[in-house]
Design a binder for this molecule. Sequence first.
Ligand code: 5AD
Ligand code: SF4
Length: 437
Amino acid sequence: MSNTTQKKLFIQTLGCAMNVRDSEHIIAELKQKEDYELTDKMEDADLILINTCSVREKPVHKLFSEVGSFEKVKKSGAKIGVCGCTASHLGSEIFKRAPYVDFVLGARNVSKISQAVNTPKFISTDINHDESEYAFGEFRSSPYKSHINISIGCDKKCTYCIVPHTRGDEISIPANLILNEVKKAADGGAKEIFLLGQNVNNYGKRFSASHEKMDFSDLLVKISEVNGVERIRFTSPHPLHMDDKFLEVFVNNPKICKSMHMPLQSGNTKVLREMKRGYTKEWFLDRALKLRSMCPDVSISTDIIVAFPGETDAEFEDTMDVLERVRFEQIFSFKYSPRPLTKAAEFTNQIPDDIASARLTRLQSRHNEILDEITASQKDKILEVYFEELRANSAVAGRSFNNFLVQVDGSEELLGKTLKVKITNPKRMVLYGELVG
Ligand code: 5AD
Ligand code: SF4
């Protein structure tokens, strides 16, 4: 319930889906335990939070420019808190660089948010803090889908990646807690369940207390049996753990959405070895092409890093080759960015920025051409769309089972429904269509 004396919270979230979920947990805790309500006007807020990402250098710069601008316009007496991965990695350095920050709360320390708000200059950045059994309050940004964490941290030590240093070792959340959350979400009307973890298909490797043996495929099956669940999505799986059992459950379970994120990073086996990814070009191609043959409608998305230290022109061509063969429906591509605490940052063969930029441009331009062909081929297809978003000019949008964004003319009565759409005008970002039947 909102009233004029209620304290107001403004929260800005950078980074990945894990951070979005951490922000939902922070909001739930502050609403229920500290009586805050959300505002989207920073000037009105009594508490301003920024939930940060440190996976590349850019978002870290953004943190300091953002908190600087908050300090200038915030209401007198309003507090500023820095949360998330950059809080974990910079710790008390944040107080030094931005002395007006009131507290620093690392990723994996979200359950301490009440304490942080109520303790002057609070700091907690322990990356081994175990929140895997903590019962967070309920808050969902969308009534139509629910994001649920299944594991925290990451055990891989990819040599470019700061995440294991900000989110710590991997711990799986007990299956009964996950299933309770799924049931609550489905009872509350969320037909889509979005499972989150740094490395979801490594689920079950380690629990903090004794637990029956269970892997990600088993968990997917259990979740699909919950009444009211119609769609299951997840991110991110690791190509290394895409065994046959996993691919079979993915393809054959009718509730699992047919879109797979397969972070390639590089198409060259030597570079993959230096990245410590644990698979080869051939393994990746075998998994992706097997998936395409088992499930012709699947969408495959990927993450690619160009100009990893030492990457030669010929090695980069292997990445282009994988792009040609897999024809990803979506790519997220980045120039390598050296990160503190990581092995690759110390490699002496860093690639000049002009070469990195040229490779990125080439990759993205070729992918745009592929995407134009994929998009054009969607014309006249009939897709099942779960509508979840009102758009300007009396339009409603949602995702197809294989993750294309689809838009039709319509109003709120379409929201929360799954309907058949004929694609009439496919564009790169949105497939426009008409309801059929
Ligand atoms: N430089 C560039 N991109 C990176 N990523 C992770 N670390 C780096 C880095 N140091 C990318 C990877 C990962 C995605 C989330 O961010 O592609 O999958
Ligand atoms: Fe980083 Fe690798 Fe873990 Fe992904 S799997 S978060 S790339 S260390």
